[in-house]
Design a protein. Sequence first.
Length: 290
Amino acid sequence: MSILGELWVSQKQAQTLSLKARVKHSPYLEKCCLRMCAKASYAHAESDVAMLTGVRVSAKTQERMVKRSTLPEPRSAEPVSELTLDGGMVRVRTPKGDASVWRQYHGIRVNGDGIGMAWYKDPATLLAWVTTLPLVPVIYLLEDGHCGIWSLFEQMAIEVPTDEVLDWYHLNENLYKVEASEVVLESLSSQLWEGRLQQVLTCLSELDNESARRFSAYLSNHAGRIPNYRYYQMEGLPIGSGPVESWVKQIDARLQVTGAQWNEETLPQMFKLRSVYLNHQLDYFSSASG
């Protein structure tokens, strides 16, 4: 079956077109299905493919296409100078009668708005993927302050020097949770912007309230990750983990469609499909070679 309808081809034509035996749908039609499955639910993919191609491929058939496809690993065409890492949540199906549960996954993005990837319960594959990246002499690592995420950075076998940077925007957001006057908070924000950590800690100790103590502990935990943000911004260096947060939201747009629950064994392939689609790599993927 092709987008032109049902076609009969000879063995020689099949070889020329790289068609696999006993496969009902053409490579191009499969690619259309994979694109739709990467964007919306299988049910919506069925209706979208039918409208766009005039060929109806059932939701179950498209789900099987996704499961059996050998998808490419994302590769960076440019040397990597920046890695941002964050976590998201996905709803996992449980045994019948039990409530579904939300589980964490991890997303990573390179060079700001560059390519990304997402993994579910497979940090080893994430760490192995990082070793395949072409790295520049110094790598900037950015995250919003979650200890579990920083521990993943620490496990990465990065063979060049790294500069860990605490996301400025989350840092400033946490500052404004401190119980203090607006004038004091603005002063602290200005000092943090220029990396004057000790002055900020001294001022917080004088406030003597629980919120100030919590923020002081937060700063102390990330003391080595708080640079002079003003200088970094002037030099065009990264100061925020916004790109990977955007990436996670784009992953969620497919994985968290209304009512979606996932079997754990199907999640790695769906994360990969969504990532390949967002990386604009499905256009260069041939299902006939899978």
